[in-house]
Design a protein around this ligand. Structure first.
Ligand code: FE
Length: 237
């Protein structure tokens, strides 16, 4: 059997764009940041060859988080769409895009989420889709609410949506967080501000798009995910 492909081309951390492991203002990084230099291990065959997802792997209703339950979820319905692009602006086709988010009151369905805010029986907060031939993805969801977290006194996460782009193998998965324009909580958020450079942080903020807003139905936001290069979207290490 031949050796696994060398994943030199896969994205590793980019110091100019991605948050460092240790950001003292972001309290939990003080415990989880590595204290020793990282050791790169050779990837195994199964890490670089799969899993492979296709349009058959994801059902068509998984991109719409507003129609799975008996009634509409509470909150502002939005369409979130964009394209997944490589460093030359070429579309990344047929890749799995996953998202997860809090409900409109800022609450996740999770046993550790103890925020005194209501759960919504008509909203589970997770979605998946496969990019099309132009690299486009789209979700219909509701705008998430901010939530408090224990980083410092009166700390609040700005409204955000977690996004993952899987790519062709386990080792290519990239995870990021997307924010909304004009959110006053961005200025005090240590997670958003752990990304070095204001231009890189700007690339984590989606853009309101009247063009793709659906009259009498939903506002629309655009968020392109760029995998590498000067315009790369910051990812979480
Ligand atoms: Fe979150």
């Amino acid at each position: 059997m031949s050796a696994p492909p060398d994943p030199v081309g896969y994205r590793r951390g980019n110091d100019l764009v991605d948050a460092p492991y240790l950001v003292p203002e972001f309290k939990s990084t003080r415990l989880r940041a590595p204290r020793q230099p990282l050791i790169s291990l050779k990837h195994t065959l199964s890490e670089v060859t799969g899993p492979i997802f296709s349009h058959r792997s994801v059902s068509p209703d998984e991109h719409d988080l507003t129609t799975r339950h008996e009634a509409n979820p509470i909150g502002q319905r939005i369409i979130l769409g964009g394209r997944v692009l490589d460093n030359d602006g070429r579309p990344v086709r047929n890749t799995l895009v996953e998202m997860w988010q809090a409900n409109s009151a800022g609450r996740y369905i999770h046993k550790w989420d103890r925020y005194q805010s209501p759960l919504d029986p008509n909203f589970d907060g997770v979605g998946r889709c496969i990019t099309d031939d132009t690299g486009a993805y789209q979700f219909t969801t509701i705008k998430p609410g901010p939530y408090p977290f224990g980083n410092h006194y009166n700390a609040w996460r700005p409204a955000h949506i977690h996004l993952s782009v899987f790519g062709p193998a386990f080792v290519t998965r990239l995870v990021t967080q997307m924010y909304f324009p004009g959110d006053p909580l961005l200025a005090q958020d240590p997670v958003f501000n752990s990304v070095p450079g204001s231009r890189a942080r700007e690339r984590l903020i989606c853009r309101f798009d009247l063009e793709t807003t659906v009259p009498d139905w939903a506002n629309s936001y655009r968020f392109d995910i760029v995998l590498r290069g000067r315009d790369a979207t910051p990812i979480e290490s």
